[in-house]
Design a protein around this ligand. Structure first.
Ligand code: C2E
Ligand code: MG
Ligand code: MG
Length: 600
């Protein structure tokens, strides 16, 4: 039935205020036709249902739903919309028509249906009462909208919003909270501790020697270790404690509120204990250890930033102590870490600006009193801070990876200088140049290429170059070391183990290394002949060198007693302040000239 016909039938049934004047009837007809056009223009089906639940009128979209033309008088809404024989209720779908009649209010319901092609559709039915002038309900107006696409779009949007939230707050690799969420949790923890008048600890955990994993294995292996570390920390976690990944190999932990100050150390010890078990990578078992920095609320800060910064400074201190330990924040740490940031940021520029210099420390043969070699020791001549010791900046250069460039510069400069000195006939022709090689330089497989290139460029004979590698470097990666040392040895260069006696190397392992010299560490030399233990160790190292047919040199010789003891025991190559401190090239040249003069 068309709108205007139904409209007219309504008018006929209801006593409207009309005097049936023909002109008014025409106006109604026109208005009815106009309204029919309007509702036909709407894409969603619209039905007007009377109190017998029969569809009295509808728009074009609704008419198109009727498969076969049927007389609207016999068509109920459920028949028209869904082809049902019974009202929606009977088909377990809410009936909007009944709801409107019961509540006399508009309502919206959802209908889920499977279309003949098997696709699932969700419809939103909006129903509202149709009232006459006397405000009596004379029917129900229903519209139906297919919201399937809308719902799936909304679902997609919700999923992507959730994903964005997850990405912005969680770490992808470990699924732990990231730094952002960690900071948020710290402020919650502070709030909680304030209410309970308790303390809270913020701990930053950093895996020791993680760079070694990234340098020696591939990145996936590094990720594997990070995941394993994350799991260890997570497993350890107790209720109310938070673990987060702050980036790289750094994790953060927030304790539950506590009242006994020892609680923080207890957590730190538990973490360190967790890292004592070796990590498994392929067939290797790798012991890495961890360092922990602790800051406490309220003693070390009452805000998130303070606590994070101070835990970081404490971590730096723990690293400086050699790792595998925990440190609490103390006031003077901040100055130290500011210092560190300053140095780190200046390091790159320093190489470009030529701020590094080499000093040379003579090594002497006590039997002939002649120069047996020189050790090149780098210094940083900082324009504002003055001369900076390698002990301060080498670890930073190692951490930042800059050691590769710096190490290559040291090597080239030392070889160049040695070649210049050698052009002087007075210079002892067999004297060697020793250059320190740090752990990270050693890890790099192209060290051999770099060394070879520098020897070619400078013209220094390979047998006059000695690389000093610390015992701990060699022991950290015994298999890799053997290979690289052999490559270096094949070039003809000499290899000495620096700081020997501090790194617990095993005799069986030492035998496999192509070494030329052991350098007895200064810590043993400094207390001889007074300290019986140091005497015993020094003697043992000298005997070991003899058995392995290696040369032996004692470093840090400061007194005549030490010199005489070493001579007696058969170690006659020495280096130390008793003879000469490390000096700039020009001074060193004078010193060597003095050695060669007849008066010496
Ligand atoms: P090292 O290789 O064991 O060098 C010996 C250190 O002991 C030097 O300190 C030297 O000045 C000091 N020394 C020598 N004789 C005596 C003595 O009789 N008494 C005392 N108290 N000290 C003595 P320096 O120059 O501060 O170097 C410290 C460390 O820095 C070196 O220890 C070495 O491990 C590292 N280093 C220095 N230059 C380089 C470099 O170019 N590359 C790398 N990777 N490390 C370097
Ligand atoms: Mg050395
Ligand atoms: Mg040394």
């Amino acid at each position: 039935m068309l709108f205007d016909r139904w409209y007219r039938s309504l008018i006929a049934r209801w006593p409207l205020r009309t005097n049936k004047q023909p002109s008014i009837c025409n106006a109604w007809r026109r208005q009815g036709a106009f309204l029919q056009h309007v509702i036909d223009g709407i894409e969603d089906p619209i039905l007007v249902i009377d109190l017998e639940q029969q569809v009295q009128t509808m728009n074009r979209a609704a008419r198109e739903l009727v498969a076969k033309p049927k007389t609207p008088k016999t068509l109920a809404c459920y028949q028209l919309l869904y082809g049902y024989d019974q009202p929606c209720d009977a088909n377990h779908m809410p009936c909007p028509y009944q709801q409107v009649l019961t509540t006399e209010q508009s309502c919206k319901v959802l209908h889920k249906l499977t279309a003949p092609d098997g696709s699932e559709h969700t419809y939103e039915i909006a129903a509202s009462p149709l009232r006459n002038d006397a405000n009596q309900i004379i029917g129900v107006i229903e519209t139906r909208r297919d919201i399937t696409t809308h719902l799936s779009l909304a679902e997609e949007l919700r999923a992507s919003e959730l994903n964005i939230l997850r990405l912005s707050q969680y770490d992808l690799l470990t699924s732990l909270p990231n730094r952002l969420l960690f900071a948020d949790r710290i402020s919650q923890a502070i709030e909680c501790a304030r209410e309970q008048e308790a303390m809270v600890a913020v701990l930053i955990v950093d895996i020791d020697d993680f760079k070694y994993i990234n340098d020696s294995f591939d990145h996936n292996d590094g990720d594997q270790i990070i995941k394993d570390a994350a799991k260890r920390l997570q497993d350890y976690l107790e209720a109310q404690e938070t673990v987060a990944r702050l980036g790289g190999d750094e994790f953060g932990i927030i304790s539950a509120p506590f009242h006994e100050i020892e609680q923080a150390a207890l957590i730190a010890r538990r973490i360190l204990h967790r890292f004592e078990t070796p990590f498994e990578l392929h067939e290797h078992r790798i012991v890495l250890g961890a360092s922990v920095g602790i800051s406490l609320y309220p003693m070390h800060g009452t805000g998130t930033d303070d606590l994070l910064r101070n835990a970081d400074a404490a971590l730096y201190q723990a690293k400086n102590q050699g790792g595998k330990n925990y440190q609490y924040y103390t006031e003077d740490l901040t100055t130290k870490s500011i210092d560190r940031v300053l140095l780190e940021s200046n390091l790159h520029r320093a190489l470009e600006q030529g701020e590094f210099v080499l000093h040379y420390q003579p090594q002497l043969d006590l039997l002939s009193n002649a120069l047996s070699g020189l050790e090149a020791l780098v210094r940083w001549q900082h324009p504002q801070m003055g001369m900076i010791s390698p002990l301060r900046f080498i670890p930073l250069a190692e951490e930042s990876g800059m050691i590769t460039e710096l190490g290559a510069w040291v090597l080239r400069e030392a070889c160049r200088q040695m070649q210049t000195w050698r052009s002087n006939e007075q210079f002892p022709p067999t004297a060697t140049m020793s250059v320190n090689v740090s752990a990270r330089q050693f890890d790099r497989t192209n060290l051999t290429d770099t060394v070879q290139q520098i020897l070619t460029d400078t013209g220094l004979p390979a047998e006059l170059l000695e690389l000093e590698i610390t015992e701990s470097t060699v022991m950290r990666s015994p298999e890799g070391s053997v290979q690289i040392l052999h490559q270096l040895r094949e070039l003809g260069i000499r290899i000495s183990i620096d700081d020997f006696g501090t790194g617990y190397s095993s005799l069986s392992h030492l035998k496999r290394l192509p070494l030329t010299k052991l350098k007895i560490d200064r810590s043993f030399v400094s207390d001889i002949p007074a300290d019986v233990n140091d005497v015993a160790i020094t003697r043992a190292i000298i005997a070991l060198a003899r058995n392995l047919s290696l040369e032996v040199l004692a470093e840090g010789v400061e007194t005549l007693e030490q010199k005489n003891f070493l001579l007696r025991e058969g170690c006659h190559t020495v280096q130390g302040f008793l003879f000469a401190k490390p000096m700039p090239a020009a001074e060193c040249e004078q010193y060597i000239r003095g050695l060669n003069s007849p008066a010496a």
